[in-house]
Design a protein around this ligand. Structure first.
Ligand code: UDP
Length: 309
């Protein structure tokens, strides 16, 4: 019998790519989204699929859910642009929502993968970041609603493992990009691509010397499913991302080159608590699961830009 898999946040950028991968692997997929940041268009091609069922629900609210074998808990607004507008919703989806999903995993005896984030490392004093680094988060800052709630979400996963033996694994997802990110999402890759394609100048925050390490979505999704599929992994945490670190200014120049436009770069103030450097150390997942990303930034950006045209 086909495995039944639940994906919370199925209308989001990562969720919709994951649904695609799971349906292709023959799974029956139950997608949950309240479309607070996810988009119906992202999953419109699956709504008539025999193995896909969509539930329009808020995972924060207790509700009866269908029995499943696996749960990917991805639901949360995740763009820094949303942190000022939806701080309460974000703080609660990652805490109350995570608790509800852990309760459901316990009730169904399902395996669960919790999507945590590189943001748990805050503005890191350790570089690159290994899973054992405890982070440097400003809990009262504007990003705290996301960073600290994901941290507490991780605490809950450990508590449910210790107390109830729930088989929950955690991934700390670093910056990811690819088709299906909303052009107005606020995050840097879709923003720069949208600006370049519309002939507007690219808005680099600060002096653009801050770094990030960008992973193409297909690589990321393979990492997620590998973490779920391994047996005997319960309550492990893995960094998931690409180690290729780049400054935001260089990223802007790369996108300008690929799009071949007359747009230039304009500089805007750096947002509060914007991390200066971010790069995952992925040794743990490479050694234990043999996963590593293999799509170059150049190729990933080209595919993403084509999808936006
Ligand atoms: N950024 C930028 N211009 C933009 C959007 C973002 O320079 O229009 C910068 C942002 O300040 C940060 C980096 O790009 O240093 C990555 O931002 P993003 O919001 O994509 O993700 P973050 O890593 O901050 O969560």
């Amino acid at each position: 019998m086909a495995k039944r898999t639940m994906v919370t946040g199925c209308g989001g950028f990562l969720g919709s790519h994951l649904v695609d991968e799971l349906l292709q692997s023959g799974r029956e997929v139950i997608g949950i989204d309240n479309f607070s940041s996810g988009q119906k268009e992202n999953i419109s091609e699956y709504t008539d699929h025999n193995n896909f069922k969509l539930l329009n629900r808020n995972v924060r609210l207790p509700d009866s859910l269908p029995t499943v074998d696996e749960i990917y808990h991805l639901a949360s607004q995740a763009s820094p642009a949303d942190f000022t507008e939806y701080p309460v919703e974000i703080a609660l989806v990652n805490t109350q929502g995570t608790r509800n999903m852990l309760d459901h995993a316990l009730a169904c005896d399902a395996k669960m993968v919790f999507a945590s984030t590189s943001e748990v490392y805050g503005d890191p004093e350790v570089h690159p970041q290994t899973e054992s680094y405890n982070g440097n988060v400003n809990i009262r800052g504007v990003r705290g609603c996301y960073d600290e709630s994901k941290r507490f979400g991780e605490t809950l996963t450990e508590a449910y493992y210790r107390k109830h033996n729930v088989d929950v694994r955690t991934v700390r997802i670093f910056n990811t990009y690819g088709p299906k990110m909303r052009p107005d999402d606020g995050r840097v890759v879709p923003t720069f691509i949208d600006q370049a394609l519309s002939g507007n100048d690219l808005t680099v925050y600060g002096d653009g010397s801050q770094t990030r390490s960008f992973c193409y979505v297909d690589d990321l999704i393979h990492g997620l499913t590998q973490v779920m599929e391994q047996s005997e992994l319960d309550h492990r945490v893995y960094n998931l991302g690409n180690e290729n670190e780049i400054t935001i200014k260089t990223l802007a120049k790369k996108i300008l080159d690929i799009v071949n436009t007359n747009s230039s770069i304009v500089y805007k103030p750096l947002p509060e608590d914007d991390p200066e450097r971010r790069k995952p150390n992925i040794t743990r997942i490479q050694k234990e699961l043999g996963w590593e990303p293999n799509i170059s930034l150049e190729n990933g950006l080209k595919t993403t830009i084509d999808s936006y045209k």
